[in-house]
Design a protein around this ligand. Sequence first.
Ligand SMILES: Cc1cc2nc3c(=O)[nH]c(=O)nc-3n(C[C@H](O)[C@H](O)[C@H](O)COP(=O)(O)OP(=O)(O)OC[C@H]3O[C@@H](n4cnc5c(N)ncnc54)[C@H](O)[C@@H]3O)c2cc1C
Length: 478
Amino acid sequence: MTVSASTSQQRVVIVGGGLAGLAAAAALTDAGMRVTIYEARRRCGGRAASFDDPVGGGLVDACQHVAMGCCTNFIDLCRRTGLADALRRDRTLFFIGPDGDRAACTPTRLLPAPLHLAPLVFGMKHFSWREKLALATGMLRLARSHTGKQQVEPTALAWLESIGQPESVIRLFWQPVIESALGESIDLVSLSATRKVAVDGFLAHGEAADLWVPTAPLGTLFGEGLTAWLESRGTTIVTGAAVSSLARDADGRVRAVVTGGVEHPCEAVIVAVPWRQAGRLVPDLVPAADERFAGSPITAVHLWFDRDVVDLPHAVLVGRVSQWVFRGEVTGDRSHCQVVISASRGLFAGDRDGLRDAVVDELRQVFPRARAARLVEARVVTDPTAVLSVRPGVEDVRPPARTRSANLFLAGDWTATGWPSTMEGAVRSGRLAAVAAAESLGVPCAGLAPDLHKNPLVRLLCRPVAPQRATRASSVTE
Ligand SMILES: Cc1cc2nc3c(=O)[nH]c(=O)nc-3n(C[C@H](O)[C@H](O)[C@H](O)COP(=O)(O)OP(=O)(O)OC[C@H]3O[C@@H](n4cnc5c(N)ncnc54)[C@H](O)[C@@H]3O)c2cc1C
């Protein structure tokens, strides 16, 4: 085993250059620390990645990523590193109902949160007034829901059915919203994860539900822009360098990370790779994949037409196979658009052509310009473990940044951040691990950005109410 001399001065090594690793590096660099990132692929960015556009040249995102206004750490990272200008902010959410009815739903700035959502909820043309009221009531009941420590947590679907949400409201609102926000199907996600979407993503603040949509390819934003920013501040980034193992002492402390048979000494390590890879590097610190710790797939269907077909920046297609459509680049006689389907497990039994045809048919139903358009090229991209499945029980096994080893820390969207597996979750995890690693070396390091401010009305209406215990309830009845 060779020991690399050039890196003997370095203090913190980060394994993995996804958003978690990059966010950790940014925080540590800001704290004045020497950082080296080892990234296995040619480019940093991890799952927030792009591929070469087969039609127009340039880059296309493997799957469209969006953040919400509540993603304060992701937005803060983009602002600090000069990337925020490449994020578009959509305040209006466009819904296309089962009959093709369009609704442009914009939260109002005239009412305090959570009443700002009234135009969004009541603007959904595909619902009757009774359904709209049921939805508003369901949203508030969800905000006040409390699973209680002793109970087996219900899934979102079981809970929504138990409070009598109409089937149409579940299918045409809760299902698309929850599945796209959490990346997992409504009959598997936990009630607490669902409550987080409702409160943090919608009710908490007038800007919580704003969509932040990258206008540049993710590969350009994170693989180039963010890495250039880090390198300009002294971070060393080594790509194409998979870490094969960590050299650890008997007490678990890490002496070095190993790439290509070479040991790189370090004083602290942040392992910021997905949980399966982390399980290989530090099996003693990562829970084994079981029914509580599993991945959930997301599929992107990329379509290139011979003309511009999608006349909205984005749209939620409810009651269809396609869940979201995003308008892509339009160049000359070519246009690109992307349909995203979360929780795509078993979709069309893996028949990509069948899925492509179904999606194209749906686009032709809702976008008149698509009817006469010729499909030039199509790609179906599925990541089978796109995100951690936030099922009941998962929070009990997600590990925190600090581990039993004094100088070894974990980051990644799968670690215990309290957030679902998202860019925000990844950035939070990186920042939490950076604080812990810096602290282990006696260096102060700034932590998380504050959440959006919750006004008193939000705090009152969204305060969880513990379910009454059966004995107390029965004694009251008596
Ligand atoms: C299809 C899809 C759609 C998504 N949509 C959204 C969305 O709309 N909004 C949203 O917020 N989030 C979305 N996400 C989730 C988001 O992409 C992730 O939560 C986030 O990018 C995870 O970042 P990470 O750093 O934790 O992990 P990763 O991005 O997986 O990064 C880990 C890095 O570690 C590297 N690595 C692995 N092993 C080693 C090793 N041994 N040595 C060195 N390097 C190693 C990998 O190459 C990778 O670059 C989506 C994800 C997918 C897949």
